[in-house]
Every structure is written in C-alpha cells, then in structure tokens.
Design a protein around this ligand. Structure first.
Ligand SMILES: *[C@@H]1O[C@H](CO)[C@@H](O)[C@H](O)[C@H]1NC(C)=O
Ligand SMILES: *[C@@H]1O[C@H](CO)[C@@H](O)[C@H](O)[C@H]1NC(C)=O
Ligand SMILES: *[C@@H]1O[C@H](CO)[C@@H](O)[C@H](O)[C@H]1NC(C)=O
Ligand SMILES: *[C@@H]1O[C@H](CO)[C@@H](O)[C@H](O)[C@H]1NC(C)=O
Length: 300
C-alpha cells in the first residue's frame, strides 16, 4: 500500500499540477495580445529570423474596435488566411509594456500626443509580431499574398509616398516612404533601428514645441524614410536617388520597394495611376476627423 501512495504522490500529483498549470496559463487573463502570443507562439528574442518570411498578420489600431467599418472588411475579405489583430490605445500600451525594454516604455509614456504613440506602436508591433500594418482609414485593394509578386525572399515591404522637386513645400523628403501601410517580418533590423532612432528623437524633441514637421521627424514618415534609406546605403550601397521615378517594384536585399501607385494611387500629380491600376494595393482615405483625433494631446 505504501508504494501505491508514494506512486500517487510522486507521479499523479505532478501530472495533475502540470495539467492545471497549462490550463491556467492558457485561459487566465485573456487580454487581446496574450491571445495573439499563444496562438502564434512567436519566440521574441531567441530565433535568428533572417530566413523567415512575413507572418500572416494584419495589424490595425484605433480608438475603438471598428469591426463594422467598410475598410476593415476589405482587409478581412481579401485575406481570409490572415489573422486580423486590432489594438485599442489601451491594448497598444499594454503590448508595449509587455514586450519592450524600460527605455522604450519610458519614451512611449512621455510622448505628449496620440499621433506619436500611434506611430511608435506600429513599428513595435510589427517588430515583435511581424505582418502588415495599415492605418484604419485605408482600404485593401489587392490580396496581401500578391503584394510581393510571387517573391518569397522579402523581409520588409515599403511603398513610395511622395516624390517632388518642390518637396519642402508639399511633403517632407524629396523621395518619401509611406508609413500608413508597410509589412515586415518579426525582428527586422530596419524596425529595430527605427525604434532606436525614435528613442534618440524623443530625447531631442520631448521638451520642444510640436508642429507637424516635428511629428514627421520624431516618429513619422520623415524619420521612417531616413531610417530605411540609411539602411539601404549602409547595407547594400544603394542611394535613394536611384529609386526615383520607380515604375515597377524593386527588391534590394530583402527590402521590397513598391512604386507610388501601390499605396498612394491617388497621387496623380506625382505619376500615380489610380486605384484600378494593377500596381495599386491600398487606398488611403485621409479621414480628417481621425487625424484631428490623433493630433489631440495624449492622456497622461
Ligand atoms: C542569422 O543567419 C544568417 C544566415 O543563416 C546569418 O548570415 C546571420 O549572421 C545570422 N544573424 C544572427 C544575428 O545570428
Ligand atoms: C531557418 O534557418 C534555421 C537555422 O539555419 C533552420 O533550422 C530553419 O529550418 C530555417 N527555416 C526556414 C523556414 O527555412
Ligand atoms: C504569381 O503566381 C500565380 C500562380 O502561379 C500566377 O497566376 C501569377 O500570374 C503570378 N504573378 C506574377 C506577378 O508573376
Ligand atoms: C526634419 O528633418 C529634415 C531633414 O533632416 C530637416 O531639414 C528639418 O529641419 C527637420 N525639422 C525639424 C523640426 O527637426
């Protein structure tokens, strides 16, 4: 009898304990991002991701879950194999706290405007999870698995936003890259560099008055463009000036650069060809109200 009791204590109890722990881990506190992590089990720091392609995630953020929106439906209907991951402002903040180091969390917390936090979050979320990020006021025109034209060796997808010789007047860089939509595999070095650059800019700008040109150099398309072109120059010795008047997509290393028609098909004055062109992937509505909302001061 003694043996049977020891058997029960030594074998059965640990097994029961193990089962209960697993159950507890899986089903307790099911906040949004924890569900994502358990579903896709992406190891955050250990793996060398250089041979892993872009995961099938669509990441969007907003004030409220806008599931019923026509634009959101376009993403879900055209990409049934993708997981649709929506983060409210609070979920976004929790995600940053959970996955980032204290210096990143601090920078995120002291950002004085919602638009800065929303920008910062898109780089953090794609760095950790991988997938496509797209603003909530964009419509998906073409299934995401066709975005790279059957290329499989792509780690980052980025589109031209604007190209103009009078850029100082109407945009922020002579050849500007778009950050309302982009895609990346987890741990991409460009996103890591972008997060580091935002930390530097936060030191520089956090006590200065803010206007749109500060926003664009702090977290927006100015810094995004500089970070990507610096990386292409340093890693592949490609100058941004060789990418002007881009008509077809071009792969540089694992960075797939799309012509202006891809994400900004309405920029007819800069050579874009409209939403029915085969290169068009995204339509951006630029809802004024949304922008105003994001320009509001962040709650502190
Ligand atoms: C990851 O793997 C690639 C190719 O297998 C290698 O070139 C690269 O140095 C590795 N990176 C790290 C950080 O280990
Ligand atoms: C990526 O590389 C690792 C280590 O070299 C290998 O074990 C893994 O199978 C590769 N994955 C893919 C999808 O090729
Ligand atoms: C990609 O592959 C599919 C299926 O093989 C083919 O129908 C399509 O034309 C290809 N697209 C491009 C841009 O090569
Ligand atoms: C933003 O960056 C551009 C290019 O480096 C620079 O010309 C401009 O003065 C910067 N603006 C601010 C407010 O930092």
């Amino acid at each position: 009898m003694g043996r049977i009791y020891s058997f029960i204590i030594l074998i059965i109890f640990p097994i029961l304990f193990f089962i209960i722990s697993i159950y507890y881990c899986l089903y307790s506190s099911p906040t949004h991002y924890e569900i994502i992590i358990t579903q896709y089990t992406i190891p955050i720091t250990e793996l060398n991701y250089s041979n892993i392609s872009i995961p099938l995630n669509i990441i969007q953020t907003g004030m409220d879950n806008s599931d019923g929106w026509r634009n959101v439906q376009s993403f879900r209907e055209l990409n049934p194999k993708h997981s649709y991951l929506f983060f409210t402002d609070i979920e976004a903040e929790n995600f940053v706290r959970k996955h980032m180091s204290s210096d990143v969390i601090h920078a995120y917390e002291i950002m004085p405007m919602t638009i800065l936090k929303a920008d910062f979050f898109r780089y953090i979320a794609t760095y950790i999870l991988g997938g496509v990020y797209s603003d909530i006021d964009t419509e998906c025109l073409r299934a995401i698995d066709t975005w790279t034209d059957n290329r499989t060796d792509v780690g980052l997808i980025v589109g031209i936003e604007a190209e103009s010789s009078t850029w100082k007047k109407d945009s922020v860089r002579p050849l500007q890259l778009c950050q309302w939509t982009f895609a990346a595999r987890p741990n991409h070095p460009i996103l890591k560099q972008m997060i580091e650059n935002i930390l530097k800019q936060t030191k520089k700008f956090s006590n200065k008055p803010i206007d749109l040109s500060v926003v664009t150099n702090w977290t927006g398309s100015g810094l995004w463009t500089d970070t990507i072109f610096d990386y292409l120059k340093k890693t592949y010795n490609v100058e941004w000036s060789t990418l002007t008047k881009l008509q077809c997509s071009r792969l540089i290393g694992d960075v797939y650069i799309l012509p202006i028609t891809a994400f900004q098909p309405s920029a007819y004055n800069m050579g874009a060809k409209g939403r029915n062109d085969p290169e068009a992937r995204i339509w951006h509505y630029f809802y004024g109200g949304l922008k105003r909302e994001y320009l509001k001061k962040a709650k502190t």
